[in-house]
Design a protein around this ligand. Structure first.
Ligand SMILES: [Zn+2]
Length: 59
């Protein structure tokens, strides 16, 4: 992981809630996982991240 502080995923992007599917614009400087879902209060994931993809697979 050394030397990979910032993955370029483009500016903007969204955080998505794996529980209810709520999407909110990603806040620069705040990781999605520290962003609370405005609908259910759960932790959010960066849309398109490996975590998000994994969450989508198990339904
Ligand atoms: Zn939610």
């Amino acid at each position: 992981m050394a030397g990979r502080k910032k993955l370029r995923m483009g500016s903007g992007g969204y955080c998505i809630c794996p529980k209810c599917g709520e999407r909110v614009p990603h806040q620069a400087g705040t990781p999605c996982i520290e962003t609370r879902c405005p609908s259910c209060g759960g932790k959010m994931l960066r849309e398109g991240s490996d975590h998000h993809k994994a969450a989508q697979k198990r339904k």
